[in-house]
Design a protein around this ligand. Structure first.
Ligand SMILES: C[S@@+](CC[C@H](N)C(=O)[O-])C[C@H]1O[C@@H](n2cnc3c(N)ncnc32)[C@H](O)[C@@H]1O
Length: 498
C-alpha cells in the first residue's frame, strides 16, 4: 500500500506532525520482540496508519490525525484505535500494557508547543522526568508510554539518533534506566528515512519495574529483519556515561581502544578545556543585514565617518584558513564587498551623514524589522565584539578556528572567541591543529544532517586542547581514525575526505 497517498497531509504538515512511517522490516522486528504471547496487550502511542498495531491484533493505537486514525482502524479492525492526543488519553486511561512498540513523532521544540506540550511535560514531570523547553516531542512520548506498562513489560521503538547526544534525551535515558531491568540502544548508520536529515536508531527496554546500572549499546551499519536486538552490545556503565561523557552515547560509536586513548589524554593535567581558556559566544544580529552592511562605495557615497564603520565577517565561507589579516580586508574592500558594519554607539550624537543614511527609504524599512523594533535606539547593533578568533560552527570536514588579526567583528554566522589571557592565543592556535581536537569537536558537537557538524557555544567550550607534543604517533593515528569514524556516522561524504 503506498503509505503517503493515503493522507491529504502536505509534506510540510507531515514534517510538523512528525508523520514519517516506519519500514516493514523494522515494524516486524520491533513487534516480534515486544510481543511474547498472543494475549499480550500492545500499545502504539502514535500509530499513524496502523502498521504496528496491524501486526498484533490485541493492541491499542492512539493517533491525533483523524484521517490516519481512520486508516489505522480499517487496516487493523480488531485493534482499538483512539483518535486524539496521546497525552490527553494517557492522563485518564486505566489501561495497562504488556508491551509497547512504534515510532513516536519527532516534532522539534520550535513546533512542539501549546497545550499538547504542556500536558506532555506535566505528565513526564509527575513521573520524575523533567524536560526543558528545548525538548522534542518523542522524548516525553516514550516516558509516558513506559509509565503505562505493567510490571515486567517492555517496549521497542524507533528513536531519533539525538538520543545519543541531545541534552534533552538525558532525562529520558535516566528515566529508562531507573524503570527497566535492561535498556539497549541500537545505533544504525543506514538511514531508515532517507528524506529526513535526522538518523534513526532503535530502543529496546525490558523488565518494567526494574532498574539497571548499564546501557547496552550496539553499533550496526544496517538493520536486518530480526526478532531480537543485536546480541553484540557494549556495556556502557551508567556512571561513566554520566561523568565521563556528559550523558552522551555517541562516544561509544568509537571502539574501546580509541575511546580509552582519547579519555586518557583528555584527563592529563596539561590538557585544557577550550572553555577554560576562552569565552565562546555568538556574533551580533543586526536585524537588517542589507541596511547595516555597507559596501565601501556606499559608505563613501553617504560620507559615513570611518569611526562608524567596522570591518565584519558575514559568513564562514569568506574566511581564510588560519588567519584573517588586514590584507584580506583590503582585498574585500577592493572588490567593494558589503562588509562594513554601520556601528553607531547608543549614546552618540549622530553625525549629519549618518542621520541622512538612517533617514533613507531603506533605513525606514530596516527600523520596522523585528530585531530593530525591539531595541533602543533601533540603529545601534548590540553585542558587536572584536574577538581573538572566529570559529565556524556548521562545518563539513571540521570546524575552523581563524585568528582575527584585522580587528574585525562577526555576525552570528560564526562564533566569536575571546581568550581569557592574551598569552593563550598562540597556545590555542598551536593545539587546535591536531587530530585530537578534530575528534574532540566530533564528540562534543552534534550531527546536523547533510553531513554537517554543528557546534553550540557550550559544546565548543568542552573541546579538549591537549599538549600535542606529548601524544605518541600511534595514538594520533588511532585518534585520527576515530575522527573519520565519527564523520562517517554523520554521513560526511567519503570522497571529500582527502
Ligand atoms: C512518526 S509517525 C509514526 C506512525 C507509525 N507509528 C509508524 O511508525 O509508521 C508519528 C505519528 O504521530 C502522530 N502524532 C503526533 N502528535 C501526536 C499526539 N500528540 N498524539 C497522538 N499522535 C500524535 C502523527 O500524526 C504521526 O502519525
Amino acid at each position: 500500500m503506498p503509505q503517503l497517498e493515503l493522507f491529504s497531509t502536505s509534506p510540510v504538515s507531515r514534517k510538523d506532525a512528525g508523520a514519517y512511517y516506519t519500514p516493514d522490516h523494522v515494524v516486524w522486528s520491533l513487534v516480534r520482540w515486544a510481543v511474547r504471547s498472543e494475549a499480550d496487550l500492545m500499545l502504539d502511542p502514535a500509530c499513524g496508519d496502523g502498521r504496528f498495531i496491524s501486526s498484533h491484533a490485541h493492541s491499542i493505537g492512539v493517533e491525533r490525525d483523524r484521517q490516519a486514525a481512520a486508516v489505522a482502524k480499517q487496516r487493523s479492525p480488531l485493534s482499538r484505535v483512539h483518535s486524539g492526543d496521546f497525552f490527553d488519553w494517557a492522563a485518564i486511561t486505566s489501561e495497562r500494557f504488556d508491551c509497547a512498540a512504534g515510532n513516536p513523532p519527532f516534532i522539534r521544540y520550535q513546533t512542539f508547543s501549546g497545550e499538547v506540550r504542556e500536558r506532555a511535560f506535566r505528565l513526564s514531570a509527575k513521573l520524575g522526568a523533567d524536560f526543558t523547553g528545548l525538548t522534542a516531542s518523542w522524548a516525553p512520548f516514550l516516558v509516558v508510554t513506559a509509565s503505562l506498562l505493567r510490571l515486567g513489560g517492555r517496549m521497542a521503538f524507533v528513536v531519533p539518533a539525538a538520543i545519543g547526544h541531545a541534552p534533552y534525551a538525558a532525562p529520558l535515558l535516566e528515566y529508562l534506566i531507573g524503570n527497566f531491568a535492561t535498556v539497549q540502544i541500537v545505533a544504525v548508520r543506514e538511514k531508515f528515512f532517507p528524506e529526513l536529515s535526522e538518523d534513526c536508531w532503535l530502543l529496546y527496554a525490558d523488565g518494567h519495574g526494574g532498574a539497571t546500572e548499564e546501557i547496552r549499546f550496539s553499533v550496526v551499519d544496517w538493520f536486518a529483519l530480526s526478532a531480537e536486538p543485536p546480541r553484540q552490545a557494549a556495556s556502557v556503565p551508567v556512571a561513566e556515561w554520566r561523568r565521563t561523557w556528559n550523558r552522551r552515547l555517541r562516544p561509544y560509536l568509537l571502539n574501546d581502544s580509541i575511546r580509552r586513548i582519547y579519555q586518557s589524554i583528555a584527563i592529563r593535567q596539561d590538557s585544557r578545556a577550550f572553555g577554560d581558556l576562552a569565552t565562546i559566544g555568538i556574533g551580533y544580529v543586526s536585524g537588517a543585514n542589507r541596511f547595516f552592511h555597507l559596501r565601501p562605495s556606499e559608505a563613501d557615497f553617504w560620507r559615513i565617518p570611518e569611526d562608524y564603520l567596522q570591518p565584519t565577517v558575514r559568513n564562514g565561507k569568506v574566511l581564510p584558513d588560519r588567519e584573517l589579516t588586514v590584507d584580506t580586508i583590503r582585498a574585500w574592500l577592493r572588490r567593494d564587498q558589503p562588509m562594513m558594519l554601520l556601528r553607531v554607539p547608543k549614546t552618540a550624537q549622530l553625525p549629519r551623514s549618518v542621520a541622512n543614511y538612517l533617514a533613507t527609504e531603506q533605513g525606514r524599512r530596516a527600523r520596522q524589522a523585528y530585531k530593530c523594533r525591539m531595541r533602543h535606539p533601533w540603529y545601534s547593533v548590540p553585542d558587536v565584539k572584536v574577538p581573538d578568533f572566529f570559529l565556524t560552527y556548521m562545518s563539513g570536514r571540521a570546524p575552523s578556528l581563524v585568528r582575527n588579526s584585522a580587528s574585525a567583528t562577526c555576525t552570528n554566522a560564526l562564533h566569536a572567541v575571546r581568550v581569557h589571557r592574551e598569552g593563550d592565543v598562540d597556545l590555542i592556535l598551536r593545539r587546535w591543529s591536531s587530530p585530537f581536537v578534530r575528534l574532540s569537536c566530533e564528540l562534543e558537537g552534534h550531527p546536523l544532517g547533510g553531513g554537517m557538524l554543528k557546534l553550540e557555544p557550550r559544546e565548543a567550550a568542552r573541546i579538549v586542547l591537549p599538549c600535542t607534543e606529548k601524544i605518541s604517533t600511534d595514538a594520533l593515528i588511532e585518534i585520527d581514525e576515530g575522527a573519520s569514524v565519527m564523520r562517517a556516522w554523520r554521513h560526511y561524504p567519503m570522497e571529500r575526505w582527502n
